[in-house]
Design a protein around this ligand. Structure first.
Ligand SMILES: O=C(O)CCC(=O)C(=O)O
Ligand SMILES: [Fe+2]
Length: 321
């Protein structure tokens, strides 16, 4: 089970203060409002959630989302249900293989994780841009336009609005993360001059029970995910799977391998998986948003102002144990 209480180290004025922190067996909850009203306090809480130690899972819920974002999620859910309910032929009209940027529809079975087929279908989007075939990197072909399905017609304006809202939110979360590492709030902004974004509508059809997507880490910086029902689980430091039980008006947030590399593992990428929905349900829908640095940025471990031992929340003498 997830720990009932855990010890957290707070770095205050050059020394460590230890406090026992209440945990309900769910993921830590951080308030969206505070992200904008008190970035410094938010950053402190973010740091505590990201440092995996004493049973933490290295991920958190961003709760109390503003009504604009909540209604976008509800509308996108309806659009996803309408899109995936169409016959295969209609969905394959926007198959990702028709897109040089690999955007579009992926049928069930098209993807695998660690050799096992992902039991889901999905529609993949990115930042809407002109096609980029720049010199100096084949990866630049990932930048370009989306494939927009003709049905439902309102999917395009909704998705464009969501991409815009999520980019703004991710930029602010990046500032909190930067502060939490002892950098200035804008210390990581340079990585995101032309951010690489992936956004998906995902549908897990009901099944007899098994894996929708096997255990993995996301390769990017930060993942923000809206979900309509249970199934997502995170691996905590004790090797226990923690269900990310859906909480209304919230996003599940987890770090990817870019942050792990930047922080030399002080903020590890969170391992997660998705269980298949039960047959009695209508299936599961999720909307993951992957926030990644510009494609031409080179990622190297940061020279952080604090020692890794301090950032990891542990005093060097381990005397709190
Ligand atoms: O659908 C979910 O809940 C998680 C999806 C996921 O982990 C991924 O696409 O990387
Ligand atoms: Fe993932």
């Amino acid at each position: 089970m997830f720990r009932v209480a855990r010890i957290e180290g707070l770095h205050r004025g050059g020394r460590f203060v230890w406090r026992r922190c209440h945990s309900t067996g769910a993921l830590p909850m951080l308030l969206h409002r505070q992200l904008y009203s008190d970035l410094e306090s938010f950053a402190g809480q973010l740091g505590n959630a990201c440092r995996v130690g004493d049973g933490g899972a290295g991920c958190f819920l961003l709760t109390g989302l503003p009504p604009t974002l909540c209604s976008l999620h509800e509308e996108l859910l309806k659009s996803a249900q309408q899109f995936f309910a169409q016959p295969a032929q209609a969905k394959e009209a926007v198959d990702y293989q028709r897109s040089p940027e690999f955007r579009g529809y992926m049928r069930q079975g098209a993807e695998n994780t660690a050799g096992s087929v992902d039991e889901r279908e999905q529609m993949e989007f990115g930042r809407e841009e002109a096609r980029h075939f720049r010199e100096g990197g084949l990866y630049q072909r990932l930048r370009g336009p989306n494939q927009w399905p003709s049905k439902p017609p309102h999917l395009k304006p909704l998705m464009l609005k969501w991409l815009q809202e999520m980019e703004e939110l991710s930029r602010q979360l990046t500032r909190a993360l930067s502060l939490s590492l002892g950098l200035t709030a804008t210390g990581l902004d340079g990585y995101f001059l032309e951010p690489h974004v992936q956004a998906k509508l995902v549908h897990y059809p009901p099944a007899e029970g098994g894996m929708g997507v096997g255990a993995h880490c996301d390769s990017g910086f930060l993942t923000l995910l809206w979900q309509d029902s249970e199934g997502l689980e995170f691996l905590d430091a004790n090797g226990q799977w923690i269900p990310a039980t859906p909480v209304p008006n919230s996003l599940v947030c987890n770090l990817g391998e870019v942050v792990q590399l930047l922080t030399a593992g002080v903020y590890p990428a969170t391992v997660h998986r998705v269980l298949q929905p039960k047959t009695a349900t209508a299936g599961r829908f999720s909307l993951p948003y992957f926030w990644n640095p510009s494609l031409d940025v080179e990622i190297q471990t940061l020279d952080l102002p604090q020692r890794p031992a301090e950032l990891s929340g542990r005093p060097s003498d381990q005397s709190h144990a």
